[in-house]
Write a protein that binds this ligand. Structure first.
Ligand code: MOS
Length: 715
């Protein structure tokens, strides 16, 4: 599987060749250590105490009895914690979430808010003491329920404009031969990464070192330095192996509280979040309430398109789930209107979660398109092909490359779409009704400034150092292949070191932009190094090191619509008596730029599609409106698709090459989930004739819908 033979294979190139994970053996043998597993002498353990009320004030933290417990070292809370600097915009262009800037005041904005950290000699004592700590609150009434039309909703710009509008929507709707006007909802969803957040902080000769599990060591380092008013060079963050992130692993309460405690005690302190704590402290995907209005001419060409989305955020932080962004990229119409609104509730702050915006937004738009196809008597794929835009529907910019049609054609061919009977509710297999569905997908393809260090070692090998993060994606392996090609050598002669903020600023593992951003920096440094080597006769013992910075090259890129695309296909079996839905097969065909490592890229895409099944059928974090907290916040109460839920999933790609990227990369991190839930929901409609517009499509919803009529109804 690995390309390790020196010689001819170097000429073939490593990029595009399947390569097993560089750290795979370390992971399966246990040699790879995760942030919560690294031993330190004198290590103390912190345990966070979270609020039990959803809104109010802390009246008292009874530390006395806790401090008297054997093994307890300290209790940090708003009454004794150091003041943090929180008035800044961080590296990703957003201010810090006060949920992470812990213990700054007595206010409680949601259930599960960090109110104290108990530090003890062992995790067991810390936990027992944390559970024994009595905190008294003054309670205030709370509102934790997102409903369409909530009076507190407002237009929030976030990273993009809240609203866009062109043309006369009402007039074009009135002109339309076919109209869809429906509301769609998606529930609160949790990241559910395998490894919960963990960090160890310690002072080492005047320098703060944090060993953490995050998506960007440089990101967390810069946030901690700013918050604690430290010189950036006085903080080092390392994050070598990460058991999943999906958007949740940035600056969180665990790192900040660990740094506070390590500073107070002058000992290494580790803070690990429990699974339950991640439900309120790790961020989540906000529920959405969306409305889509479509109007089409007799040929199915869109005359009017409106996509509005409402998400919730906390009272302490504004996070926009930009679901309406989907319509801005995918479909044009003479009259076109989009809006992202938010409402502040007494709930934890949501955050980025795999395909933020696109995942819930594509559910609404791609189901609405399926509804339009049914009303217009058109094949859903034909309808999409007829509505391929020439330029960005809102921006008017050209597309760098748009291979959606190729994905739809190739997917339809491989899935056997041509044989599909378009009538819903007519295929049976025993107790099962069978149906197939499709949906289109897109996700932004960007790159962000990064630096890399590449060293030619005296022994003829190379070392790459970059503050990249491998959150389970295979980034370390992908960068090894990229560096090998750029250095015109073989992967076995390249050592890639990542996850250390000392390697310099670089993009985080996020926005599907990691590999492309890092590859650009590595390629640039490698090219410089090769020039240097051509003029050198010998390599000194310390090697020759070249540093790159892609800020300027990226700044010179022309403004274009840059995206990956995909076509999702699903076949489902539905038993309307029991409400069971089984996905029988799924196919995703993507145009996601040049694929660096087919093995790990396929893994990423299949992972995203699996999550799409999970989103369509299972996932739902339910909040109790009386307490403002979750019911069963754990992986028993919150069901993520397991092996039994997941059929054969096939992910593949068409030739695609970003014309403006030195390696041709776009990114595969998020596109796999986009449209996947819509494809499943559309298949459920095809199977049963019932349209489900509220996720997840639970058994009770299937049964209730089937009970309400025998023919085509809406659920
Ligand atoms: Mo991702 S939601 O950009 O980690």
């Amino acid at each position: 599987m690995t390309t390790t033979t020196p010689g001819p294979s170097a000429l073939r190139g490593a990029v595009g060749t399947a390569h097993t994970r560089i750290e795979g053996r370390d992971k399966v043998t246990g040699a790879a250590r995760y942030a919560g597993e690294i031993p330190y002498p004198e290590l103390a353990h912190g345990w966070l105490v979270l609020s039990t009320v959803a809104r109010g004030r802390i009246l008292d933290v009874e530390t006395g009895p806790i401090l008297a417990m054997p093994g307890v070292l300290t209790v940090l809370h708003h009454g004794n914690a150091p003041r943090l600097h929180t008035d800044y915009i961080g590296m990703l262009g957003v201010p810090p979430d006060p949920t992470s800037a812990v213990f700054q005041d007595d206010r409680v904005p949601f259930a599960g808010w960090p109110v104290a950290l108990v530090v003890a000699e062992t995790p067991e004592v810390a936990r027992e003491a944390a559970e024994a700590l009595v905190v008294t609150y003054e309670r205030e009434p709370h509102d934790t329920e997102l409903v369409a039309g909530h009076p507190g909703a407002y237009a929030a710009d976030g990273h993009m404009p809240a609203e866009t509008e062109k043309g006369d929507l009402e007039a074009r709707l009135a002109d339309s031969a076919f109209v869809v006007d429906e509301e769609y909802t998606t529930p609160e969803e949790q990241h559910s990464m395998m490894e919960p957040h963990a960090a160890t902080a310690r002072w080492d000769g005047g320098r703060l070192e944090v060993v953490d599990s995050n998506q960007g060591a440089g990101w967390v380092q810069s946030e901690l330095a700013t918050m604690f008013s430290l010189d950036a060079s006085a903080v080092r963050v390392r994050s070598e192996h990460i058991g999943g992130g999906f958007g949740s692993k940035g600056l969180r309460a665990h790192q900040v509280s660990a740094v506070m405690a390590a500073t107070a005690l002058q000992r290494p302190v580790r803070v690990v979040l429990t699974r339950r704590q991640t439900f309120s402290l790790g961020g989540y995907r906000s529920p959405t309430a969306q409305r889509v209005r479509l109007g089409a001419d007799p040929d199915g060409r869109l005359l009017a398109l409106e996509h509005r989305s409402l998400n919730q955020t906390s009272t302490v932080y504004e996070f926009v789930e930009p679901s309406a962004g989907v319509a801005r990229v995918m479909y044009d119409a003479e009259a076109h209107r989009t809006a992202n609104h938010v409402v502040r509730l007494d709930v934890p702050s949501p955050t980025w979660m795999r395909a933020p915006g696109e995942a819930p937004g594509s559910f609404a738009v791609e189901v609405a398109l399926d509804e339009l196809a049914a009303r217009a008597g058109l094949d859903p794929i034909d309808l999409r092909l007829r509505n391929e835009p020439e330029v960005g529907p809102v921006s008017g910019l050209p597309f760098s490359s748009r291979n959606l049609a190729a994905c739809l054609h190739e997917g339809a061919r491989r899935f056997g779409w041509a044989d599909r009977d378009p009538r819903p509710g007519v295929r049976r297999d025993g107790r099962w009704l069978l149906g197939t569905g499709t949906a289109a997908a897109s996700f932004g393809a960007g790159a962000a400034p990064s630096t890399a260090l590449v060293t030619a070692e005296a022994d003829g090998s190379f070392t790459v150092r970059i503050t990249a993060a491998d959150i389970g994606t295979g980034a370390r392996t992908a960068l090894t292949l990229i560096a090998a090609d750029a250095l015109e050598t073989t992967p076995d002669r390249v050592r890639v070191r990542i996850g250390d903020s000392d390697f310099g600023p670089a993009m985080i593992a996020g926005g599907s932009m990691g590999t492309r951003s890092w590859a650009w920096a590595v390629t640039a440094a490698a090219a410089d190094l090769r020039e240097r080597l051509a003029m050198t006769t010998g390599i000194p013992p310390e090697g020759i090191t070249v540093r790159s910075d892609t800020t300027e090259a990226l700044g010179a890129l022309a403004q274009k619509e840059r995206h990956s695309y995909g076509a999702q296909f699903a076949e489902v079996a539905v038993d309307t008596a029991t409400g069971e839905i089984r996905v029988r097969r799924m196919l995703g065909i993507f145009a996601a730029g040049r694929i660096v490592n087919p093995l790990t890229a396929r893994n990423q895409l299949v992972g995203g599609m699996t999550w799409g099944i999970s989103m369509a059928l299972h996932e739902e974090a339910v909040r109790d409106r009386n307490t403002g907290g979750h019911y069963a916040p754990d992986l028993a109460g919150y069901h993520v698709a397991t092996h039994a839920d997941v059929p054969d999933i096939e992910a593949d790609w068409v030739d695609d090459h970003d014309p403006d990227d030195p390696v041709g990369i776009k990114g595969v991190g998020e596109i796999g989930i986009v449209g996947a839930a819509a494809a499943v929901a559309n298949a459920v409609h095809h199977a049963t004739g019932v349209r489900h517009r509220h996720l997840p499509i639970r058994p009770d919803r299937v049964v209730a819908a089937a009970g309400s009529a025998g023919g085509a109804v809406d659920a």
